[in-house]
Design a protein around this ligand. Structure first.
Ligand code: PXL
Length: 276
């Protein structure tokens, strides 16, 4: 069985990061090992959340695995809590590249033009450096703008602008970049990707549902990487992830009992599995 290691926080309630990555990756038939970066009582859109930083545990966890000879096919990083964690993960990437594992970074730190609570411009610069060490990165346009230190243009862009941003993201050092949450046509939303080795662009869109929920980026990244590690190839994995994410949002919108804090990704797992 293929094995992914995911490095991100555990928000005990709130359906994001590890509580999303674990079930989705497992459902896709891929082992999911975890390196928790922090324990929060909820994700940061709630008020009054607790936050225990686990930076000091990360190196010992990785050292133990190394001693045990544990290998993995991919590392997937999401929400990281400090600049020091960025450095540790950077070292992890340097180390595992020797084994041929792929590194995927979802630079979780911002959306809708704003950094999430607790993040700074300096952190964004550190995240850009980590992205330079990855094989594939999957920022949204806000995160891409912070990492490239360019103004966030909101909905005011065209395909040429996104293509240019993708090239600049690859200029950080990663061979492939994907920008999520992209729309060139009213009612359609999706992703655009660039592979700097071939010069190819790829885009895929589905219905743009008129809502915005928490945790959808984590759902997208987890299902994308699950597909990639299963050997689907970039384009198929992106298509499966976009369709799954949209289905999760659609089911949540239609469920009068849905939670306000996260989407019903569980309800669409059977259909994700059917896409494998
Ligand atoms: O969904 C991304 C995410 C992950 N982890 C925590 C968050 C967020 C988004 O706000 O707060 C703790």
């Amino acid at each position: 069985m293929k094995r992914i290691v995911t490095v991100q926080d555990i928000s005990c309630l709130g359906k994001c990061s590890l509580t999303v990555a674990l079930p989705i990756i497992s459902a896709m038939g891929v082992e999911c090992a975890v390196v928790p970066t922090a324990v929060l009582s909820t994700h940061t859109m709630f008020r009054g959340y607790t936050f225990r930083d686990l930076t000091d545990d990360i190196r010992p966890i990785l050292a133990h695995w190394k001693k045990e000879g544990i290998r993995y096919d991919a590392v997937y990083t999401g929400y990281l809590g400090s600049k020091e964690q960025l450095e540790i993960v950077g070292e992890m990437f340097d180390d595992m590249k020797k084994d041929g594992a792929i590194a995927v970074v979802d630079p979780v730190m911002a959306d809708h033009g704003k950094l999430y609570p607790g993040f700074t411009k300096e952190f964004a610069a550190g995240m850009a450096a980590l992205c330079g060490k990855a094989d594939v990165i999957v920022p949204n346009l806000t995160e891409a703008s912070f990492m490239l230190d360019v103004p966030y243009v909101g909905d005011n862009y065209d395909e040429a602008y996104i293509k240019d941003m993708l090239k600049k993201l690859c200029g950080l050092g990663c061979p492939s970049a994907v920008i999520t949450g992209v729309s060139f046509e009213k009612g359609r939303l999706g992703v655009m990707a660039y592979d700097s080795r071939t010069g190819n662009y790829f885009s895929y869109f589905n219905t743009h549902l008129p809502v915005s929920y928490h945790g959808t980026g984590d759902i997208f990244s987890s299902s994308f990487l699950g597909g990639l590690v299963r050997g689907m190839g970039m384009e198929k994995a992106l298509t499966v992830a976009v369709d799954y994410t949209v289905e999760c949002i659609d089911l949540t919108m239609k469920n009068p009992e849905s939670n306000s804090y996260g989407v019903d990704f569980e309800a669409a797992i059977p259909s994700l599995v059917a896409k494998l």
